[in-house]
Design a protein around this ligand. Structure first.
Ligand code: 6PG
Length: 214
C-alpha cells in the first residue's frame, strides 16, 4: 500500500479511539518504520474531538504518542485538526486544508476508520446531519451522548472520494453490529452511508457472529 505514491506522496487520514493504537505502535516499530519513506507521507485525521492536542481525549495525541513521535515524519506533513479552536472555525480551516491539498475531486490515498458499537464511524453518529451532507468534506457535529460531544469529522463525501478506505474493528462487544452490517441486516447505520468499497479488517472476536465467511 505505502509503495503506491499518487502524486509523489501518500496521504492518509487516521482514525481515533482506542482500536488503532496498537496498529500505530506496530507501524512505529523500527523494522516496519524503516520500510516507509516518511518524508513523502502526509498524515490527516478522519475526525477529532474539540479538545486541545494535549488533552487525553485528543485523537492527535493518541497518534502522536503511538506513532508520530517515533518516526521521521516532517512536522509540515502532519495536518492536525485544530480541536482547540471553536468547532465551526476548526471545521472550516480543515476543509480549506483538504481543498488546497486535493483540489476538488479525489481526496486521500487512504482513509483508515474504526467503528463504534452503535455503527458510527469517524464522528458520523446515528442521526447526524453530516450523514446527508453532499457538498462539504468537513463538518462540526455535536453528539451529546459521547465523550467530548463537539467533534470535527470528515463527511461521507470526503471519505468515499478516497482511493482506499479501511475499517479496523476488534472485540466481541462489536460482534453483533459487525454481523448486522456485513450480513446485511442493518439499515441506515452510519458505516452503511459510505458508498464505495470499504476493506474491513475484523478480528475473530468481532467476527464471531458473522453468518457468512468473509
Ligand atoms: C473517535 C474515532 C471513532 C472510533 C470509534 C471506535 O474519535 O472516537 O475516530 O470513530 O473509530 O468510536 O472507537 P474504539 O476504537 O475506541 O472502539
Amino acid at each position: 500500500m505505502l509503495r503506491r505514491w499518487a502524486r509523489g506522496r501518500f496521504t492518509v487520514a487516521l482514525s481515533g479511539g482506542s482500536t488503532p493504537r496498537r496498529l500505530y505502535e506496530l507501524l512505529a516499530t523500527p523494522a516496519t518504520a524503516a520500510r516507509i519513506e516518511w518524508s513523502r507521507v502526509h498524515v490527516f485525521w478522519g475526525d477529532e474531538r474539540c479538545v486541545p492536542p494535549a488533552h487525553s481525549a485528543s485523537n492527535y495525541r493518541m497518534a502522536h504518542e503511538a506513532l508520530l513521535s517515533h518516526v521521521p515524519l516532517p512536522a509540515e506533513n502532519v495536518h492536525r485538526i485544530a480541536g482547540e479552536d471553536p468547532p465551526e472555525a476548526a471545521a472550516a480551516a480543515y476543509e480549506a486544508t483538504l481543498r488546497a491539498m486535493f483540489g476538488g475531486e479525489r481526496t486521500f490515498d487512504l482513509v483508515h476508520l474504526g467503528m463504534g458499537e452503535d455503527g458510527h464511524t469517524a464522528s458520523l453518529f446515528p442521526g447526524s446531519p453530516a450523514l446527508a451532507e453532499e457538498r462539504r468534506w468537513v463538518m462540526a457535529v455535536h453528539a451529546a451522548h459521547v465523550e467530548s460531544p463537539w467533534r470535527i469529522t470528515l463527511t461521507p463525501v470526503a471519505i468515499e472520494r478516497a482511493a482506499q478506505v479501511t475499517m479496523l474493528v476488534t472485540g466481541g462487544a462489536k460482534a453483533a453490529r459487525v454481523a448486522e452490517v456485513i450480513d446485511g441486516g442493518g439499515q441506515g447505520l452510519p458505516v452503511q452511508h459510505l458508498r464505495g468499497a470499504v476493506s474491513w479488517m475484523i478480528d475473530a472476536a468481532a467476527a464471531a457472529q458473522l453468518r457468512r465467511s468473509v
